[in-house]
Design a protein. Structure first.
Length: 294
Protein backbone atom coordinates (compact mmCIF):
# COMPACT_ATOMS: atom_id res chain seq x y z
CA UNK A 1 0.00 0.00 0.00
CA UNK A 2 1.32 3.41 -0.94
CA UNK A 3 2.05 6.15 1.56
CA UNK A 4 -0.88 8.21 0.24
CA UNK A 5 -3.27 5.30 0.76
CA UNK A 6 -2.01 4.71 4.29
CA UNK A 7 -2.39 8.40 5.12
CA UNK A 8 -5.95 8.43 3.76
CA UNK A 9 -6.81 5.33 5.74
CA UNK A 10 -5.44 6.87 8.94
CA UNK A 11 -7.46 10.06 8.32
CA UNK A 12 -10.64 8.03 7.77
CA UNK A 13 -10.03 5.98 10.90
CA UNK A 14 -9.29 9.13 12.92
CA UNK A 15 -12.45 10.87 11.65
CA UNK A 16 -14.53 7.78 12.52
CA UNK A 17 -13.11 7.70 16.04
CA UNK A 18 -13.71 11.41 16.51
CA UNK A 19 -17.32 11.12 15.32
CA UNK A 20 -17.94 8.12 17.56
CA UNK A 21 -16.36 9.98 20.49
CA UNK A 22 -18.63 13.01 19.93
CA UNK A 23 -21.74 10.82 19.76
CA UNK A 24 -20.69 9.01 22.92
CA UNK A 25 -20.06 12.33 24.70
CA UNK A 26 -23.50 13.64 23.66
CA UNK A 27 -25.13 10.48 24.98
CA UNK A 28 -23.30 10.79 28.29
CA UNK A 29 -24.39 14.42 28.68
CA UNK A 30 -27.97 13.58 27.69
CA UNK A 31 -28.20 10.70 30.16
CA UNK A 32 -26.70 12.81 32.94
CA UNK A 33 -29.32 15.52 32.35
CA UNK A 34 -32.10 12.91 32.34
CA UNK A 35 -30.78 11.33 35.55
CA UNK A 36 -30.61 14.69 37.32
CA UNK A 37 -34.11 15.57 36.13
CA UNK A 38 -35.47 12.18 37.22
CA UNK A 39 -33.94 12.50 40.68
CA UNK A 40 -35.40 16.00 40.99
CA UNK A 41 -38.92 14.69 40.34
CA UNK A 42 -38.52 11.49 42.35
CA UNK A 43 -37.07 13.18 45.45
CA UNK A 44 -40.39 14.62 46.75
CA UNK A 45 -42.13 11.25 46.29
CA UNK A 46 -39.29 9.44 48.02
CA UNK A 47 -39.35 11.91 50.90
CA UNK A 48 -43.13 11.50 51.23
CA UNK A 49 -42.81 7.71 51.35
CA UNK A 50 -39.92 7.93 53.82
CA UNK A 51 -41.83 10.33 56.08
CA UNK A 52 -44.86 8.05 56.10
CA UNK A 53 -42.70 5.32 57.69
CA UNK A 54 -41.03 7.49 60.35
CA UNK A 55 -41.77 8.19 63.97
CA UNK A 56 -42.62 11.79 64.85
CA UNK A 57 -39.22 12.41 66.45
CA UNK A 58 -37.42 11.46 63.19
CA UNK A 59 -39.58 13.69 61.02
CA UNK A 60 -38.56 16.98 62.64
CA UNK A 61 -34.82 16.20 62.62
CA UNK A 62 -32.50 18.36 60.51
CA UNK A 63 -30.78 17.32 58.32
CA UNK A 64 -33.61 14.99 57.30
CA UNK A 65 -33.30 11.21 57.71
CA UNK A 66 -34.13 9.49 54.43
CA UNK A 67 -34.10 5.89 55.68
CA UNK A 68 -36.44 5.48 58.68
CA UNK A 69 -35.16 3.47 61.61
CA UNK A 70 -37.28 1.85 62.87
CA UNK A 71 -39.93 1.55 60.16
CA UNK A 72 -43.32 2.62 61.53
CA UNK A 73 -46.03 0.80 59.56
CA UNK A 74 -48.61 1.88 62.11
CA UNK A 75 -49.05 5.23 60.36
CA UNK A 76 -50.94 3.52 57.55
CA UNK A 77 -53.37 1.76 59.87
CA UNK A 78 -53.85 4.75 62.18
CA UNK A 79 -55.12 6.83 59.26
CA UNK A 80 -58.23 4.66 59.01
CA UNK A 81 -58.99 5.29 62.70
CA UNK A 82 -59.39 9.03 62.04
CA UNK A 83 -60.78 9.09 58.49
CA UNK A 84 -62.83 6.56 56.46
CA UNK A 85 -60.38 6.44 53.58
CA UNK A 86 -61.86 3.18 52.31
CA UNK A 87 -65.20 4.96 51.77
CA UNK A 88 -63.47 7.92 50.13
CA UNK A 89 -61.62 5.47 47.88
CA UNK A 90 -64.79 3.79 46.61
CA UNK A 91 -66.48 7.17 46.09
CA UNK A 92 -63.53 8.35 44.03
CA UNK A 93 -63.40 5.08 42.10
CA UNK A 94 -67.09 5.40 41.18
CA UNK A 95 -66.52 8.87 39.72
CA UNK A 96 -63.32 7.82 37.92
CA UNK A 97 -64.95 4.79 36.29
CA UNK A 98 -67.83 6.97 35.09
CA UNK A 99 -65.39 9.47 33.60
CA UNK A 100 -63.44 6.70 31.88
CA UNK A 101 -66.63 5.18 30.46
CA UNK A 102 -67.82 8.52 29.13
CA UNK A 103 -64.43 9.23 27.61
CA UNK A 104 -64.09 5.88 25.84
CA UNK A 105 -67.71 5.35 24.79
CA UNK A 106 -69.47 8.67 24.24
CA UNK A 107 -66.42 10.67 23.16
CA UNK A 108 -65.30 8.00 20.71
CA UNK A 109 -68.80 7.83 19.17
CA UNK A 110 -68.90 11.60 18.69
CA UNK A 111 -65.33 11.60 17.39
CA UNK A 112 -66.19 8.92 14.82
CA UNK A 113 -69.11 11.01 13.60
CA UNK A 114 -66.89 14.08 13.19
CA UNK A 115 -64.17 12.06 11.46
CA UNK A 116 -66.22 10.02 9.00
CA UNK A 117 -69.88 11.06 8.64
CA UNK A 118 -70.72 13.75 6.11
CA UNK A 119 -73.27 16.28 7.34
CA UNK A 120 -74.02 19.95 6.64
CA UNK A 121 -72.13 22.21 9.04
CA UNK A 122 -70.00 19.38 10.43
CA UNK A 123 -66.80 21.43 10.45
CA UNK A 124 -68.55 24.46 11.94
CA UNK A 125 -69.98 22.35 14.76
CA UNK A 126 -66.56 20.81 15.39
CA UNK A 127 -65.00 24.29 15.52
CA UNK A 128 -67.60 25.39 18.07
CA UNK A 129 -66.86 22.25 20.08
CA UNK A 130 -63.14 23.02 20.10
CA UNK A 131 -63.82 26.62 21.11
CA UNK A 132 -65.34 25.37 24.38
CA UNK A 133 -61.84 24.24 25.37
CA UNK A 134 -60.77 27.88 25.45
CA UNK A 135 -63.37 28.81 28.10
CA UNK A 136 -61.97 28.35 31.64
CA UNK A 137 -64.10 26.16 33.86
CA UNK A 138 -64.17 28.82 36.56
CA UNK A 139 -66.14 31.10 34.19
CA UNK A 140 -69.05 28.66 33.94
CA UNK A 141 -68.84 27.51 37.57
CA UNK A 142 -71.63 29.72 38.95
CA UNK A 143 -74.23 29.12 36.19
CA UNK A 144 -73.43 25.41 36.27
CA UNK A 145 -73.91 25.30 40.01
CA UNK A 146 -77.24 27.16 39.71
CA UNK A 147 -78.38 24.66 37.08
CA UNK A 148 -77.52 21.66 39.23
CA UNK A 149 -79.11 23.32 42.27
CA UNK A 150 -82.35 23.79 40.28
CA UNK A 151 -82.21 20.10 39.38
CA UNK A 152 -81.66 19.25 43.07
CA UNK A 153 -78.42 17.46 42.22
CA UNK A 154 -76.22 19.22 44.79
CA UNK A 155 -74.80 16.95 47.50
CA UNK A 156 -74.84 13.93 45.21
CA UNK A 157 -72.53 12.31 42.66
CA UNK A 158 -74.68 13.36 39.70
CA UNK A 159 -72.97 16.74 39.03
CA UNK A 160 -69.64 14.90 38.99
CA UNK A 161 -70.70 11.93 36.85
CA UNK A 162 -73.59 12.82 34.52
CA UNK A 163 -71.71 15.52 32.51
CA UNK A 164 -68.86 13.07 31.94
CA UNK A 165 -71.28 10.67 30.22
CA UNK A 166 -71.78 13.20 27.40
CA UNK A 167 -68.13 13.30 26.40
CA UNK A 168 -65.41 15.93 26.47
CA UNK A 169 -64.18 18.29 23.77
CA UNK A 170 -60.54 17.33 24.32
CA UNK A 171 -61.25 13.60 24.22
CA UNK A 172 -63.40 13.97 21.11
CA UNK A 173 -60.60 15.88 19.41
CA UNK A 174 -58.06 13.24 20.45
CA UNK A 175 -60.14 10.34 19.17
CA UNK A 176 -61.06 12.16 15.95
CA UNK A 177 -57.38 12.61 15.11
CA UNK A 178 -56.87 8.87 15.49
CA UNK A 179 -59.93 7.85 13.46
CA UNK A 180 -58.77 10.03 10.57
CA UNK A 181 -55.60 7.91 10.30
CA UNK A 182 -57.58 4.68 9.71
CA UNK A 183 -57.93 3.78 5.99
CA UNK A 184 -61.41 4.53 4.67
CA UNK A 185 -61.32 1.36 2.56
CA UNK A 186 -62.12 -0.66 5.68
CA UNK A 187 -65.40 1.22 6.09
CA UNK A 188 -66.24 0.91 2.40
CA UNK A 189 -65.76 -2.85 2.57
CA UNK A 190 -67.93 -3.06 5.69
CA UNK A 191 -70.69 -0.97 4.07
CA UNK A 192 -70.66 -3.23 1.03
CA UNK A 193 -71.12 -6.21 3.36
CA UNK A 194 -74.17 -4.52 4.87
CA UNK A 195 -72.68 -3.27 8.13
CA UNK A 196 -74.26 -0.15 9.65
CA UNK A 197 -72.35 2.92 10.81
CA UNK A 198 -72.82 1.90 14.43
CA UNK A 199 -71.58 -1.59 13.55
CA UNK A 200 -68.49 -0.13 11.86
CA UNK A 201 -67.77 1.97 14.92
CA UNK A 202 -68.21 -0.96 17.29
CA UNK A 203 -66.67 -3.80 15.28
CA UNK A 204 -63.92 -2.07 13.31
CA UNK A 205 -63.04 1.33 14.74
CA UNK A 206 -62.95 0.58 18.47
CA UNK A 207 -60.76 -2.56 18.15
CA UNK A 208 -58.29 -0.58 16.01
CA UNK A 209 -58.39 2.39 18.39
CA UNK A 210 -57.29 0.51 21.52
CA UNK A 211 -54.13 2.67 22.04
CA UNK A 212 -56.13 5.89 21.70
CA UNK A 213 -58.89 4.54 23.92
CA UNK A 214 -56.34 3.62 26.58
CA UNK A 215 -54.84 7.11 26.40
CA UNK A 216 -58.23 8.79 26.73
CA UNK A 217 -59.24 6.47 29.60
CA UNK A 218 -56.00 7.25 31.48
CA UNK A 219 -56.49 10.98 30.98
CA UNK A 220 -60.09 10.80 32.20
CA UNK A 221 -59.31 8.55 35.16
CA UNK A 222 -56.41 10.75 36.29
CA UNK A 223 -58.42 13.97 35.94
CA UNK A 224 -61.30 12.57 37.99
CA UNK A 225 -58.94 11.14 40.60
CA UNK A 226 -57.17 14.47 41.12
CA UNK A 227 -60.30 16.63 40.93
CA UNK A 228 -60.67 18.74 44.04
CA UNK A 229 -62.82 21.72 43.06
CA UNK A 230 -65.80 19.66 41.86
CA UNK A 231 -66.25 17.63 45.07
CA UNK A 232 -65.57 20.75 47.14
CA UNK A 233 -68.40 22.65 45.42
CA UNK A 234 -71.05 19.94 45.12
CA UNK A 235 -70.49 17.57 48.07
CA UNK A 236 -71.53 18.49 51.59
CA UNK A 237 -72.12 15.08 53.15
CA UNK A 238 -68.85 13.64 54.45
CA UNK A 239 -69.98 10.15 53.49
CA UNK A 240 -69.77 11.26 49.85
CA UNK A 241 -66.30 12.80 50.04
CA UNK A 242 -63.64 11.78 47.55
CA UNK A 243 -60.01 11.10 48.43
CA UNK A 244 -58.79 14.56 47.45
CA UNK A 245 -61.44 16.27 49.57
CA UNK A 246 -61.09 13.80 52.42
CA UNK A 247 -57.33 14.31 52.47
CA UNK A 248 -57.82 18.07 52.75
CA UNK A 249 -60.17 17.63 55.71
CA UNK A 250 -57.75 15.18 57.31
CA UNK A 251 -54.85 17.62 56.92
CA UNK A 252 -56.84 20.35 58.67
CA UNK A 253 -57.64 18.08 61.61
CA UNK A 254 -54.26 16.30 61.87
CA UNK A 255 -51.89 18.66 60.06
CA UNK A 256 -49.13 18.28 62.66
CA UNK A 257 -49.14 14.48 62.56
CA UNK A 258 -46.88 14.30 59.54
CA UNK A 259 -46.45 10.54 59.56
CA UNK A 260 -50.15 9.83 59.13
CA UNK A 261 -50.58 12.74 56.71
CA UNK A 262 -47.81 11.44 54.46
CA UNK A 263 -49.22 7.91 54.73
CA UNK A 264 -52.62 9.17 53.55
CA UNK A 265 -50.97 11.14 50.73
CA UNK A 266 -48.99 8.07 49.66
CA UNK A 267 -52.14 5.96 49.51
CA UNK A 268 -53.77 8.60 47.30
CA UNK A 269 -50.83 8.97 44.91
CA UNK A 270 -49.91 5.27 44.65
CA UNK A 271 -52.87 4.13 42.44
CA UNK A 272 -52.13 6.79 39.82
CA UNK A 273 -48.43 5.93 39.75
CA UNK A 274 -49.22 2.22 39.38
CA UNK A 275 -51.80 2.96 36.68
CA UNK A 276 -49.30 4.88 34.59
CA UNK A 277 -46.54 2.34 35.27
CA UNK A 278 -48.59 -0.54 33.87
CA UNK A 279 -50.15 1.40 30.99
CA UNK A 280 -47.31 3.68 29.89
CA UNK A 281 -46.76 1.70 26.68
CA UNK A 282 -50.38 2.13 25.56
CA UNK A 283 -50.33 5.76 26.72
CA UNK A 284 -47.25 6.71 24.69
CA UNK A 285 -48.46 4.73 21.67
CA UNK A 286 -51.84 6.43 21.76
CA UNK A 287 -50.32 9.91 22.00
CA UNK A 288 -47.97 9.11 19.10
CA UNK A 289 -50.70 7.73 16.83
CA UNK A 290 -53.04 10.68 17.41
CA UNK A 291 -50.36 13.09 16.22
CA UNK A 292 -50.00 14.97 19.52
CA UNK A 293 -46.43 15.77 20.50
CA UNK A 294 -44.67 17.87 23.05
Amino acid sequence: MSAIGQHTQRQTWSAWLQGRGRRFSRRIVTHLILIVGSLTFIAPLAFMLSTSLKAQRQIIVFPPIWIPNPVIWRNYTDVFHYAPLHRYFFNTLLICVTWAFGATCTSSLAAYAFARLRAPGRNAIFTILLSTMMVPGIVTLIPTYILFAKLDWVDSFRPLTVPALFGSAFFIFLMRQFFMTIPKELEDAALIDGCSWIGIWWRIMLPLAKPALATVAIFAFTSAWNDFLGPLIYLNNRKLYTLSLGLQVFSHAHGTEWGMLMAASTMMVAPIILLFFFTQKQFVQGITLTGMKG
